[in-house]
Design a protein around this ligand. Structure first.
Ligand SMILES: Nc1nc2c(c(=O)[nH]1)N[C@H]1C(S)=C(S)[C@@H](COP(=O)(O)O)O[C@H]1N2
Ligand SMILES: [Mo]
Length: 392
């Protein structure tokens, strides 16, 4: 629970009377010094457009990261259907199924409940170098703990699964044994009740201290810290507890990963088992986002996304040389993205290749892209992302 407050806030609260604290920068990345200038990346396609009007997704331009929190108007966004426009006055969040007391709450009911805050960094499970890693952001969410609402309603002991339904819906092709059924479906996701009751899971109604926008899921959405973005159901309409597994399209079919385990990983190798798994917690990923020329050196700035496991190290490699430790930013907290910097000395004019890798405290290391060959489907791509920059 202590993770809900960032280290910096803890520090602030503890030292609130110290006047020098007002002078302390919110974050302390040397990369962002005012006398610094950006070094251009040469690996960005000319067609790259984070705000492509023909796309349903809005990307974060990671070259613009200049602080720990993504400004609300730069926050990435994506969804499968339409973006429902919900009247905040008429909105009701329903709790149904295996609870002794079924209930519904208005937005003002939710706002009147004891609130909690968490800094949550997350990415879409489809984020990858193809999107210049722009399907991610880091924000401060305010809301109500899901567990505290559910406990008040008294959970029936038969409940095993928590289903989260959005207001959005649309026609989908559901294939069953060569037969395709085109039917209207509501967006839904689920998780075990055990996971849903973890103290950090919240029904959020604000981002960076302001109401969610329509794109961000107004009036309220689920936030599941440490999980891929798809868990964070927007325009949340209903929380339904049930005994059986939920098999909705976006749970059982779309958000799966197919990987080869054992053997050589060749399709025909009988020793290789092909395992399908659901998209849940984020695999550790680091990305170099920005390179700045500062007085006497260059500064490499990047971020890490993961499931909240403490990190062992973030390292940077330049032009295939030795891996060097990067420095993690003071502003990082358990479920935030973790910013890091590396001071690059002696950069020579010309093109250079920079890559980073993160290792968590369990020893799980971000793989090289080539090591992900056994992952057939494209989701959950946490491969290392070599970047190219031009030093003038
Ligand atoms: N209701 C609803 N919630 C949704 C989705 C959706 O299609 N409908 N898309 C999910 C996916 S795939 C992602 S990556 C995140 C994106 O959250 P954001 O738009 O706030 O960045 O929302 C999730 N929540
Ligand atoms: Mo996503």
């Amino acid at each position: 629970m202590e993770e809900l407050i960032s280290r910096r806030e803890t520090l602030r609260k503890g030292l609130a009377t110290a006047s020098w604290l007002a002078l302390m920068p919110d974050w302390a990345l040397p990369a962002m010094a005012e006398d610094a200038s950006d070094v251009p990346f040469t690996d960005i396609p000319n067609t790259f457009n984070p705000n492509n009007p023909n796309s349903t997704a809005r990307l974060l331009d990671i070259r613009k990261i200049d602080g720990p929190i993504t400004p609300k108007d730069q926050f990435f966004g994506t969804q499968h259907f339409n973006k429902p426009e919900i009247d905040g006055e008429k909105y009701r969040l329903k709790f149904t199924g295996l609870v002794h007391k079924q209930a519904e709450y208005s937005l003002s009911d939710l706002r009147a409940m004891k609130s909690t805050e968490i800094i949550n960094g997350y990415e879409c499970s489809g984020n990858s170098p193809r999107a210049m890693e722009g399907l991610c952001s880091n924000g401060r969410f305010t809301g109500v703990r899901l567990s505290s609402i559910l406990k008040q309603l008294t959970i029936d002991p038969r409940a095993r699964e928590a289903v989260f339904l959005g207001t959005d819906r649309g026609p989908l092709d559901i294939v069953f044994r060569q037969q395709t059924y085109k039917l209207e479906q509501q967006f839904g996701r689920s998780m075990t009740l055990e996971n849903a009751l973890k103290p950090d899971v919240m029904v959020a109604y604000a981002l960076n201290g302001e109401p969610l926008t329509r794109d961000q899921g107004f009036p309220a959405r689920l936030i599941v810290p440490g999980w891929y973005g798809v868990a964070n159901v927007k325009w949340l309409a209903e929380v339904h507890l049930q005994e059986d597994r939920y098999l909705g399209n976006f749970q059982a079919r779309w958000y799966r990963t197919l990987r080869g385990v054992g053997g050589t990983g060749e399709d025909a190798d009988p020793e290789t088992q092909w395992i399908e798994s659901e998209v849940t917690r984020m695999h550790p990923k680091s990305v170099i986002a920005r390179v700045r020329k500062t007085a006497g050196a260059h500064s490499i700035l990047g971020f890490v996304l993961n499931d909240g496991t403490p990190l062992k190290s973030v390292e940077v490699q330049i032009d295939g040389g030795a891996w060097q430790p990067a420095t993690l930013d003071k502003s990082n907290s358990r479920y935030s993205w973790k910013l890091f910097t590396y001071r690059w000395e002696g950069a020579t004019p010309g093109e250079h290749t920079l890559v980073s890798r993160v290792t968590d405290a369990n020893g799980v290391m971000q793989p090289e892209a080539a090591a992900l060959k056994r992952k057939k489907t494209f989701l959950e791509d946490n491969g290392q992302f070599p970047r190219k920059v031009m030093i003038s």
